[in-house]
Design a protein around this ligand. Structure first.
Ligand code: TMP
Length: 238
């Protein structure tokens, strides 16, 4: 499969057309941004780690019956994915209070919830990805109720699968962000990435942050944290 012209460049990835309209190629960059692009930097080697980690996790999810856009890893940083129209919602699942949840609702980080929460942001950089509910999503015609129901149900199943998977390698899955797309026939599939850019990972033993919060909060050892998560996942593959 060959890369043809670039269709889109996002903050962390580029997307290319291929000779087959049903497939795209994504290329992961080392660029990192936070706070809606206000903070910019580079995390050396991140593109390769996020590419491989996303692909490993998506294949694991596929085995558990979760449809994803994953097709084939091409190289270090490049993967063939199914062409989808992205549903412009950032779907955030939380198991433990952190980040904006702690900030918005005035609670400490680290409170373990009795059951996971789910929320949506309207994926729109100009508006700063505002938090919306499912009524807003329908009013804005971002998705139908049926699609939202599918997205919620898949997101909680993904949470269960990921939590169990990360627990085995001593990592607590605090929260994460998902994006979904529609295939040509309307089927909803998991898209985008699952990586330390889009998840909060805490070391089970030490509580140490092993994700992009190290970059957002200038905690240092950013690269090492990404490498550590990848090392544990590949170890788990045996
Ligand atoms: P938050 O606490 O800042 O809302 O973040 C919740 C989760 O979503 C966290 O794991 C990081 C991830 N996330 C993204 O992937 N992209 C974003 O733009 C933001 C704000 C968060």
């Amino acid at each position: 499969m060959k890369k043809l012209e670039q269709l889109y460049e996002g903050k962390a990835k580029k997307v290319f057309r291929t000779e087959n309209p049903a497939y795209l190629i994504v290329a992961y960059k080392d660029d990192a941004t936070a706070f809606n692009g206000e903070k910019k930097g580079t995390i050396q080697g991140k593109g390769a780690i996020n590419n491989r980690m996303t692909n490993l996790l998506m294949q694991m999810l596929e085995q558990q019956g979760i449809p994803t856009h994953f097709v084939k890893e091409l190289s270090d940083r490049e993967t063939v994915v199914k062409a989808v129209t992205i549903v412009p919602l950032e779907v955030i699942v939380r198991n433990i209070s952190a980040g904006h949840f702690a900030q918005n609702y005035g609670v400490a980080e680290g409170i373990v919830f009795d059951q996971p929460t789910i929320e949506f942001s309207y994926k729109n950089d100009a508006l700063g990805d505002p938090l919306i509910n499912s009524y807003h999503a329908r009013a804005l015609k971002l998705a139908t109720q049926e699609e939202i129901d599918t997205i919620v149900s898949l997101s909680f199943r993904i949470n269960q699968a990921l939590q169990a998977f990360f627990q085995k390698v001593g990592i607590i899955l605090v929260d994460f962000k998902l994006e979904f797309g529609r295939l040509a026939d309307g089927t909803i599939v998991l898209a985008d990435e699952i990586s330390p850019d889009t998840c909060r990972f805490w070391d089970q033993a030490t509580g140490e942050k092993l994700d992009k919060d190290r970059f957002r909060r200038d905690l240092g050892h950013v690269e090492e944290a990404y490498e550590e998560v990848m090392r544990r996942l590949t170890g788990a593959q045996g």
